[in-house]
Design a protein around this ligand. Sequence first.
Ligand code: DC
Length: 223
Amino acid sequence: MQIAIDGPSGAGKSSVAKAVAAKLGIVYVDTGALYRTIGYYVRQQGITREDVAGMEACLPHITIEVRYENGAQHVYLNGEDLGDRIREPEISMYASAVSAVPAVRAFLLDTQRDIAAKNSVIMDGRDIGTVILPKADVKVFLFASPEARAKRRTAELQGKGIAACYEDVLREMKERDDNDRNREVAPAVAAEDAVMLDNSDLTIEQTADRIIDLARAALEGQK
Ligand code: DC
């Protein structure tokens, strides 16, 4: 089973995907964490978000390993688990910048496809239905109004003890949406065969239930 969830930041992809994974007993793959990890490394090297050549030069020095420990995804950068350090707003902006670099996307392609080849997955990101898993059984493009997304993201960051204010989150989110949607490689757009799901007025549970219904229907259709 492959379920692809794409959509802009703060649409609730990770919370919803985690809930679906738990209910269906499949693996949740957070692909944004991979771009965040590269963004973290690039920033640590003092490279700016505009320096594409600098970002590319980092890649040979990076090994990324994804492990599942007690059902939770851990991404190791050169052997070190960065934990919530990759969730800082500054790293979000770096993740968005590195994700526009074709060499970075190519670097992460096999890691993502390998996980899906070995496990039943629900994978979230920006190009899962279009590039990574074009034959996914279910494809959903999850979205919500920018205001609803910024509200959720602010609460999520604050819940993790990361300082965040709504106005900054909303502004950075719009900037990131713009970068991610308008980049040349793998822009964050819905696959033609994706189900468009606006969850501005749905809870995580309700959204997860819709996706589970789609997954069950897809399985029935394959019988
Ligand atoms: O989902 P997230 O906010 O953790 O993602 C961080 C950034 O990584 C996001 O701004 C766009 C990029 N990204 C991507 O380009 N493709 C993916 N499959 C996942 C994330």
